[in-house]
Write a protein that binds this ligand. Sequence first.
Ligand code: SF4
Ligand code: SF4
Length: 161
Amino acid sequence: MLVGLRVSRMAGARGSETFAFLKGVFAPENSFYNLWLDKLWSMTYVIAQPCVDVLDRSCVDECPVDCIYEGSRALYIHPDECIDCGACEPVCPVEAIYYEDDLPEEFGPYLADNAVFFATPLPGREQALGSPGGADDIGPLGVDTPLVAGLPSADPGKETG
Ligand code: SF4
Ligand code: SF4
């Protein structure tokens, strides 16, 4: 059950368009996940493309609420569990973490993609991850969103899943 929803902040038009597109792809209109994505549309900090294939977990060590979850090739911030403290942003060695208003245009899709990681069933899973309330207990998920999974490897000699 999702608790403590933060729905007060509106995203910019660019992010809203991306979010609406991804919702249409992954969550049919009036479905549970569609409604859930609407509620999750209050995220504040986002992990973007530079994290892919880096995953050094420096951000995880700084997060006071354990809301940074590990996929296979990247980490994802839970938009509802994040308390917007900003502690993770300066420790990232590749500048992958942004406050939503500071997200560069090229990384716009990652605003919705962090929510998709939790609100829709990931490849090979029947249930969405939802709001586990802490990443440490569930450990690495070993799977990514379609957006991240489809990126070319940062190491051309290494195959991606
Ligand atoms: S902003 Fe704070 S609460 Fe949110 S992911 Fe970063 S360290 Fe965790
Ligand atoms: S600190 Fe940056 S590169 Fe390292 S896991 Fe976190 S987001 Fe990814």
